[in-house]
Design a protein around this ligand. Structure first.
Ligand code: SF4
Length: 131
């Protein structure tokens, strides 16, 4: 997940919304399934694109510093917490090593419930972001 490997998904293939998925665990399978056929993977966000950071999966305290740095560096205008783990720790909420939600680190614009949520839930949020 290091900066050198960062990849932006031009989600609709039209430069309107660029997504970075911070894929931490099983929810990332669902976010990958949500990527539409017309999407393009690009090394830098298209000019003028709305930048969206998605956190999908279980966040641990050991990883929290890296995830916060990634999101801060992105300067994303919209942050999505995808799935029960990213929202509040999910089934591991009582594990001492698990962070109880990405909003402990950064402001979250949209929480998507589920373990896991369906890919269509992310699609709906990103269509809303595009407007
Ligand atoms: S919410 Fe469920 S599916 Fe998603 S990362 Fe946590 S355990 Fe996996």
């Amino acid at each position: 997940m290091g900066t050198g490997q960062r990849q932006f998904i031009d989600w609709f293939g039209d430069g309107s919304v660029a997504v970075v998925d911070l894929a931490l665990a099983c929810c990332a399978v669902e976010t990958e399934f949500a990527v539409p056929e017309q999407a393009r993977r690009v090394p830098t966000p298209p000019q003028g694109a709305r930048l969206v950071a998605v956190v999908s999966g279980t966040l641990t305290d050991a990883l929290s510093g890296i995830v916060k740095e990634e999101i801060d560096n992105l300067e994303a205008s919209f942050v999505v917490s995808f799935g029960a783990c990213a929202c509040a720790g999910g089934p591991y909420w009582d594990a001492p090593s698990v962070t109880k939600g990405v909003d402990q680190l950064v402001a979250v614009d949209r929480y998507i419930a589920g373990c896991p949520p369906p890919p269509s839930a992310l699609t709906a949020v990103l269509e809303e972001v595009r407007g």
